[in-house]
Write a protein that binds this ligand. Structure first.
Ligand code: NCD
Length: 321
């Protein structure tokens, strides 16, 4: 996967996903050492290019890079020339001219990482583009389920909430389906995209039916920043109908686990109690995020910038300009 862009789970094969998960399992051990560093990416430069806020994703890409001994640059949009109206492509090409070995991009507009991947010499990892995909989140979710359940094939995974505006939902639908799980989505009809069944999922507007017999129940944050109009009458009504608490969880399998990508709206998607206690595995997801991102960085940037690739991308960029 050297030099490869990681833009979405839709583009990855089952074998590639399994390779990433197995690599991440090997990386987990490094995080348990007293000195949590290996020289694998020494001399390589990674740029975190986040145009949208982030706690978990940006920090864990940074820690992942540093555990592999790479130099990690956190590009801070607020104090950059983006505030002087430099275009996205000019910003990206400027950073690319400094020869990074990997660029990690988050942007509120779907497709931005794909656009940048077409012009940058370094491989691009999508760290979340609008409501489209968030591949590293889905991969760390797969890693966490594999760790907790020992397998993914044959499990029933219920994803609850704002499916329409959630990039985490889309990436997880592709990921869990490709690895052989049954995926169900549940939420108010206004939050379930028309035709979502074409992705191979079952669609529910009744939470109890959606959770019945599930091995994994994943609650999603309501994407207030992406909602154009009201999708439900009130937050309180949403919490009463779709907010997950112990009483509703009774319908799932007895050993079901609860997941949430964070940040959690406490008392809305998840009760305070569930947010903090088993069977929720939210902090395991966060911990696994570091190992998973180490695996991604190792797999795509492990041998450095490919000269040929950089040149051909630069030529493409010149052609487009
Ligand atoms: C998610 C995101 O930004 O897409 N957060 C994350 O990366 N863990 C989920 C969200 O914001 O709801």
């Amino acid at each position: 996967m050297i030099g490869r862009d990681i833009l979405g789970i839709e583009d990855l094969s089952r074998d590639e996903i399994e390779l990433i998960l197995e690599t991440a399992e090997r990386m987990q051990e490094i995080g348990t050492r007293e000195v949590k560093k290996v020289p694998t990416l020494r001399g390589r430069t990674l740029i975190n290019l986040f145009f949208e806020p982030s706690t978990r994703t940006q920090t864990s890409f940074e820690i992942a890079g540093k555990r592999l001994a790479a130099d990690v640059v956190n590009f801070s949009v607020g104090s950059s020339s983006v505030t002087k109206r430099e275009t996205l492509l000019d910003t990206a090409k400027t950073l690319d001219a400094m020869d990074p070995d990997c660029v990690i991009v988050r942007h509120k507009v779907a497709g931005v990482p794909h656009r940048l991947a077409a012009v940058l010499g370094a491989p691009v990892i999508n760290a979340g583009d609008g409501a489209h995909e968030h591949p590293s989140q889905a991969l760390l979710d797969l890693l966490t389920v594999k760790e907790q359940k020992g397998r993914i094939e044959g499990l029933t995974v219920t994803i609850i909430g704002d499916i329409a505006h959630s990039r985490v939902a889309r990436s997880n639908i592709y990921g869990f389906s490709k690895l052989g799980a049954e995926v169900r989505v549940a939420g108010p009809p206004t939050m379930l995209p028309v035709g979502i069944e074409s992705l191979g999922v079952k669609r529910y507007t009744n939470l109890r039916e959606a959770i019945e017999g599930a091995d994994v129940v994943m609650a999603l944050r309501i994407q207030m920043e992406r909602l154009e109009g009201a999708c439900f009458p009130s937050v309180r009504e949403y919490a009463a109908t779709f907010g997950l608490d112990r009483a509703k969880l009774r319908f799932a399998k007895e050993d079901a686990i609860v997941m949430h990508p964070g940040p959690v709206n406490r008392g809305v998607e998840l009760s305070h109690e569930l947010a903090d206690h088993r069977p929720s595995v939210i902090l395991d997801q966060v911990r696994n995020g570091v190992a998973l991102r180490m695996a991604l960085l190792y797999l795509v940037a492990g041998r450095g910038r490919k000269a040929g690739e950089a040149e051909s991308r630069a030529a493409r960029a010149a052609g487009e300009a």
